[in-house]
Design a protein around this ligand. Sequence first.
Ligand code: SF4
Length: 207
Amino acid sequence: MSVTLPVFAIERHRLTTDGQGVTTLVGAYGCPLRCRYCLNPHAWNPSTLKVCKDMTPQQLYERVKIDNLYFLATGGGVTFGGGESLLHARFITSFRQICGRGWHLAAETSLHVPTQNLEQVLEVLDEFIVDIKDMDETVYETYTGQPQGILKENLRLLAASVSPDQVRIRIPRIPSYNTDDNVQRSVEQMKEMGFTELETFTYILPK
Ligand code: SF4
């Protein structure tokens, strides 16, 4: 039986925000976290989800291949987002088998997924864009509603398995939840683990 992806958004022609080159962002339903400032609550709250279509890897390929020439010319491709993209590791693996190695495949992830999901895509994805929230356990749990252990385990696995230039770590300053010192400590921990592509920024809250 073919695995399907519950897709709620397909956005074409994105530049630099979701991976290299021209990118198509594919948003899929489902997330184990409940971040207080989540910008995509419809990714985990079905009552706010207006459109969600289950697609097979072949159906998604047929839909996004219209940009094949852009992908090949710019080194771009498809970025899986959400929600939590790595909940759908089997789908991503099947999609790679269909699209081949020519497209750059990336995932936006919190890494808050079972370790076997990450293992499945280590050789399938070209880039991991990881929003770690904060490395302080109390801050993390207060902000996401979940304990942090699985994130640390998966960061260790990622650091040991792929090249540092395949991982972009995003470290947010989260108003009312962490401090500049927290952010700095998270940066230091990421450097100690061997990650080099680090991006700090401040969450901008909706008014
Ligand atoms: S990980 Fe992303 S989608 Fe999930 S709750 Fe947090 S901000 Fe929302």
